[in-house]
Ligand binder design. Structure first.
Ligand SMILES: CC(C)(COP(=O)(O)OP(=O)(O)OC[C@H]1O[C@@H](n2cnc3c(N)ncnc32)[C@H](O)[C@@H]1OP(=O)(O)O)[C@@H](O)C(=O)NCCC(=O)NCCS
Length: 170
């Protein structure tokens, strides 16, 4: 299996939104309500929003494709942005298809984002992860992140994100 990292293009937007739905349903149904999943997916993966992010300097979307005997297909993606705090980039999204997890795709995406952060002169890569998302917390620890703080963020419509902020020194 060969992993390819390529930038998101307009043509991939629908496939990314579909993959996000598959991974979110697999990950979050035991952690947050279905209403919160639907609200957050609608907010974050609406096509106009993704198109706008594609045009915005300081935001990057990376797709992971795998090439095997059956061809080349989308297996995961990451999104990252410069937070505005000097030297800091945020890994804002990291999702790998449930059937493709634990094969190094998440680590490859993290390495890609960390490499770009270094190129941008950053010294720290941060992220927010739900406190009950043990799988992701395990993956982030494995790839060098450590918990920096605990936060509760009101995201509207009565929903709250109960997260750890984790950081990787670059
Ligand atoms: C977190 C995530 C992106 C990691 O991607 P990945 O391709 O599995 O990552 P890697 O193969 O590089 O790293 C694997 C590590 O992740 C963790 N992990 C991944 N899948 C796991 C699973 N099903 N069960 C337990 N641990 C798992 C383990 O720590 C694993 O290390 P190990 O195999 O040595 O025990 C992926 O699990 C995912 O998409 N999860 C659902 C979405 C999500 O929670 N995203 C993060 C939002 S903040």
């Amino acid at each position: 299996m060969q992993i390819e990292i390529v930038p998101l293009t307009e043509n991939d937007i629908d496939a990314v939104a579909r993959l996000a739905r598959v991974v979110w349903q697999d990950t979050y149904t035991s952690i947050i309500t279905q209403a919160q999943i639907d609200y957050m997916l609608g907010e974050r993966y609406a096509a106009p929003r993704l198109r706008e992010e594609l045009q915005t300097p300081g935001i990057w979307w990376d797709l992971a494709r795998i090439r095997d005997g059956e061809g080349c297909r989308l297996a995961g993606f990451a999104a990252s942005y410069l937070t505005g705090v000097p030297g800091e980039m945020k890994l804002d999204k990291l999702y790998v298809h449930p059937a493709r997890q634990r094969a190094g795709i998440g680590g490859t995406l993290i390495a890609t984002v960390a490499g770009r952060a270094r190129e941008q002169g950053c010294t720290s890569l941060i992220l927010a992860v739900n406190k009950n998302n043990a799988r992701a917390i395990g993956a982030y620890r494995k790839h060098g992140f450590a918990v920096r703080e605990s936060v509760r963020v009101d995201i509207g419509q009565g929903f709250v994100m109960d997260d750890y902020i984790m950081a990787l020194s670059l």
